[in-house]
Design a binder for this molecule. Structure first.
Ligand SMILES: Cc1cc2nc3c(=O)[nH]c(=O)nc-3n(C[C@H](O)[C@H](O)[C@H](O)COP(=O)(O)OP(=O)(O)OC[C@H]3O[C@@H](n4cnc5c(N)ncnc54)[C@H](O)[C@@H]3O)c2cc1C
Length: 413
């Protein structure tokens, strides 16, 4: 097999992983004038990032997409606005409600298929495609796919020939490409992270999310539910075309049996767990299971390397925060690499990378901490725990400081 030609000149930045995070990041960096190459391991259309899931984007993330010119008519049409968020306790009383009024009258966010996000990124990449033979020192994105990262090594610093050399497999042949910075956006099982020998902390939750979409009997009216059932949280998210996205977290031990149920039996289980709030579900799509763990790491940079997105932090999906947190990584890294007074910037400059990481730590602590607390607090299965959760939710609705934290988390600020 012959390898398709590609621009072998030194790049400013090589991003490993062209999924949700790598794709948006490349687009944002290109818009700032950087010459970027994405190495995406999966074949075109096969990245697991852009699978059958839908993602709840906070209002802030949606606005960021807009600022990046990723919201063309097709993408906007593919999204469903979140009018209200209700956090409810399935078995007992208690509810916390977040409405447009908590977000200055604006929708709280949007629910959109991961595939639609992938398609938006692809359209943006095509629109900016520059024939590499004529490319000047203006922002470009070159996507090599399927191109699997093998390893990288730091070279003596040289702005012309690049300072880091990345080896990868492209169409069955090993190649190398130089750049001044390598970014790991290759997901929770990051090969770049492993090759860099960064210690990782993994906490398995003993829970798995089962994901599908369905048609509810009653209209969803744009309401997103986070419902704490006995086995784990059930997210019922409003989706386009009157459908809902269902993410039901259950104990690992129960997953095989739940996955084996036929469509009608699983729909009935969901309806019971959800206390018939939308009158039942039909037309379910096939279910897919995602084992859940919290993955974090202390060191997010090394010489001429940054780790971000799920490669840096993979969260429980309970509060729908994973990708929203990743987008704030993207936004802040792009800002950290921006030239202040028009002077040339070395994108691998250690000081800038350190400043970027230091600026992210507070957000990580807040978002990862609150998500983890929600999982643990609402996964307790001791006598009386349901009543405690109900009381907590009612209390939260009345207690401004706690509710404000939830509102901030929902708005993504
Ligand atoms: C069930 C579930 C529901 C979720 N719902 C939400 C939600 O509603 N809202 C929200 O904000 N977040 C949500 N998330 C989190 C969100 O999906 C992730 O944060 C997001 O996918 C992270 O994107 P990423 O690009 O960092 O990683 P990934 O999506 O894992 O993408 C990594 C990419 O890197 C590529 N790759 C891997 N290895 C290599 C290699 N060696 N060489 C080259 N390429 C490689 C892969 O092919 C892939 O394309 C959810 C997660 C789950 C599991």
């Amino acid at each position: 097999m012959t390898t398709p030609p590609f621009d072998t000149r030194a790049q400013d930045i090589i991003i490993v992983g062209g999924g949700m995070v790598g794709g948006v990041l490349a687009h944002a960096l290109q818009a700032e004038g950087w010459r970027v190459t994405i190495l995406e391991g999966a074949a075109a259309g096969a990245s697991l990032s852009f699978d059958h899931r839908l993602t709840a984007l906070s209002d802030a993330s949606w606005r960021y997409f807009d600022a990046l010119n990723l919201l063309d008519e097709t993408t906007v049409r593919a999204a469903q606005a979140i009018e209200e968020v209700r956090v409810v306790n399935a078995r007992n009383f208690g509810m916390t409600r977040i409405t447009r009024a908590n977000n200055d009258g604006a929708a709280l966010g949007q629910v959109i298929a991961n595939r639609a996000i992938g398609a938006a990124i692809e359209r943006a990449e095509q629109a900016h495609q520059t024939v590499f033979e004529t490319a000047q020192k203006t922002g470009t994105v070159q996507r090599l796919q399927p191109a699997r990262y093998i390893n990288h090594q730091v070279l003596a610093d040289d702005p012309q020939s690049g300072s880091v050399q990345v080896h990868f497999d492209f169409h069955g042949q090993t190649h190398q490409l130089n750049a001044r910075l390598i970014i790991a956006a290759d997901g929770a099982a990051s090969s770049v992270r492993t090759a860099s020998q960064k210690p990782v902390e993994t906490k398995a939750y003993g829970q798995t999310a089962i994901v599908c979409t369905a048609k509810p009997v009653q209209p969803h009216h744009g309401v997103a539910f986070e419902c704490f059932t006995k086995s784990g949280p059930l997210a019922v998210l409003p989706a386009p075309a009157g459908r809902v996205s269902l993410v039901w977290v259950n104990r690992d031990a129960d997953i095989t049996a739940l996955m084996a149920l036929d469509e009608a039996a699983y729909a009935a289980k969901l309806d019971t767990a959800f206390r018939h709030r939308l009158g039942g579900f039909s037309e379910l799509t096939p279910r897919h299971a995602y084992p859940l763990a919290l993955i974090t790491l202390e060191e997010l940079t090394a010489e001429r390397l940054v780790i971000l997105g799920n490669a840096a932090h993979a969260l429980h999906p309970v509060a729908g925060q994973g990708f929203n947190l990743c987008l704030r990584d993207v936004r802040d890294l792009v800002a950290a690499l921006r030239s202040d007074r028009g002077e040339p910037v070395d994108p691998g400059d250690a000081m800038r990378l350190r400043r970027y990481v230091e600026g992210r730590l507070d957000d990580y602590r807040r978002t990862i901490g609150l998500t983890d607390q929600l999982v643990r607090g609402f996964s307790l299965d001791i006598p009386g725990a349901g009543a405690i959760r109900g009381a907590l939710l009612s209390l939260t609705d009345g207690l401004a400081p706690i509710k404000n934290r939830l509102v901030r988390l929902t708005r993504g600020i």
